[in-house]
Ligand binder design. Structure first.
Ligand code: G6P
Length: 491
């Protein structure tokens, strides 16, 4: 965090994301402030607190404009007020076309290999373009200088970099793509693929989680645009502008000793969670924590739990699987159908293996705050992250950070970006039910010493490669490019 502050000097930082870091919701006469479930928010929030800039986001989750000070701008976090949150209020049509339509029915399934077909509507595309323009204009209004560092987040804003480059040519634009980048063939089916690529190449730096996503992006550009690609330097030159394409694996803020000291003891967490889900004291507990999204592999995970109970019947009555699934994008039919399917499979497994006083699967389709998640992570014998495709996945890192007792086993999908770094997890192919069932069995029977060795090593990795390093590396690359550009300006 200190290094990050040094990196920033007096630099003006503006973040743009769709999701806002705080929801101000009205509960009767009171305003309740809540944190949304979003890996992106988890990662950017500590960075913003360290650099105290401005975060521009879509004000969708908030009850209404009147719930915050001057309607558009509010200092957050509540009580600490480290930075400014500037909300942009979208109309229902804008939200429908840009957020639900183009971003979440088009680009999201386009970039995730989860076998859900993307939907591309001309009207959504028009709204997406218009909303990107609105955000670009908002950046110009918020900017105090002509050369701020703008951190653009995710697939909601592919067009924004080039739009902003026109409005603020001297800005340093860092775009981070939080989701996977697919193969050129997959991406090519988007009717507006070239426009999206041109938009993104307005960035000074374009970051992905893994080298693999960077390579896919460079190949996609190679096939679709007239551009010069320099693999040696990881750059793309297009229409006289150079963009650095680099991998920056995102992470979490490593909890300080004070934060850890305030956590309830693992034993107490276990007692509370076991009581909540009616588990026997000698039972084993596995947990999944996700947004209720079809990319997370929740269905395949349930099949693996079912197979484990079938294959290792000694666990019936002595094993609980808790799945926290935070509701997300439920206005979309695809998401509602997915939720209904998961509910029915859960019921089927519980009917098959449950007894009067025992249910093996507990599906909790509710948002949980950080304290509740820490309690669950600390109580669990295993955390199961079986995404079908995931840019990074921060649940795996949060689980490891919560285990200062060096116990617990992570079962992790090879298709999550996190699998590249977290090699001491039990890595599985989530589509392979038998393999995942065996990994679950192995996780809940793993000797304490093996758990300790694996967990200690995972913890070292996440502590070292924390979110400040993620942001610090991007910002120091940006500083290098800035110096080069300034020198070039002068000659
Ligand atoms: C992923 C995306 C984020 C998004 C989050 C939650 O992590 O990369 O951009 O904020 O999901 O989804 P939502 O649609 O609720 O913001």
């Amino acid at each position: 965090r200190r290094l990050l502050a040094t990196e920033l000097h007096d630099q003006e930082i503006i973040v743009v994301s769709n999701r806002e870091p705080y929801l101000h919701e009205r509960d009767g006469d009171r305003i309740v402030v809540r944190r949304p479930a979003s890996g992106l928010v988890t990662a950017i929030e500590p960075v913003m607190r360290a650099c105290s800039g401005t975060w521009i986001a879509h004000g969708s989750g908030s009850a209404d404009r009147e719930s915050v000070d001057d309607h558009d701008r509010v200092r957050v976090p509540p009580g600490e007020e480290d930075y400014t949150l500037r909300r942009l209020w979208l109309t229902e049509d804008e939200e429908q076309g840009y957020y639900y339509g183009f971003a979440n029915e088009g680009v999201w399934p386009l970039c995730h290999a989860a076998h859900v077909r993307p939907v591309f509507r001309e009207s959504d595309w028009r709204r997406y373009r218009a909303v990107n323009r609105r955000f670009a204009e908002a950046v110009v209004v918020e900017a105090r200088s002509e050369d701020p560092v703008v951190l653009m987040q995710d697939y909601h804003f592919a067009l924004l970099p080039a739009m902003l480059r026109e409005l603020l040519p001297r800005a340093t634009i860092i775009t981070f793509w939080h989701i996977p980048w697919p193969s050129p063939e997959s991406f090519g089916i988007c009717p507006w693929s070239q426009e999206l690529l041109r938009g993104m190449l307005g960035s000074t730096i374009l970051g992905f989680h893994t080298k693999h996503h960077c390579r896919n992006f460079m190949e996609t550009v190679d096939r679709q645009l007239e551009a010069r690609i320099e693999h040696e330097h990881d750059t793309i030159s297009h229409e006289g502008k150079e963009t650095l394409i680099e991998s920056y694996p995102i992470s979490i803020e490593w909890p300080s000793p004070e934060v850890c000291a305030a956590w309830p003891a693992a034993k107490l967490c276990r007692e509370r969670v076991f009581a909540r889900f009616g588990l026997r004291s000698d039972a084993r507990l596995a947990a999944g924590v996700d947004r209720f999204d079809y990319t997370k592999g929740i269905l395949e995970r349930l099949h693996a739990v079912e197979r484990m109970l079938e294959k290792y019947p000694e666990w019936t009555g002595r094993f609980g699987f808790v799945q926290i699934a935070a509701p997300t994008r439920s206005a979309l039919e695809e998401y509602r159908a997915f939720q209904a399917r998961i509910e029915s499979v859960t019921e089927r497994i519980n009917t098959r293996f449950g007894r009067e006083d025992y249910r093996p699967v507990h599906l909790v389709a509710e948002h949980h705050d950080q304290d509740a998640l820490i309690e669950l992570y600390r109580a669990a014998d295993a955390c199961v992250v079986t995404s079908l495709h995931d840019g990074m996945n921060l649940v795996s890192k949060e689980f490891v950070a919560a285990r200062d007792d060096e116990r617990g086993v992570l079962v992790l999908s090879r298709y999550a970006g996190a699998a590249r770094e977290m090699t001491e997890a039990l890595i599985v192919n989530p589509y392979h039910v038998e393999e995942t069932a065996d990994a679950l069995q192995r996780a809940i029977t793993m000797p304490a010493e093996e758990q300790r060795v694996r967990m200690a090593s995972l913890r070292d990795t996440v502590r070292e490669y924390n979110v400040y390093r993620w942001a610090g590396r991007m910002l120091s690359d940006a500083a290098r490019v800035r110096v080069r550009e300034r020198i070039a300006d002068r000659v």
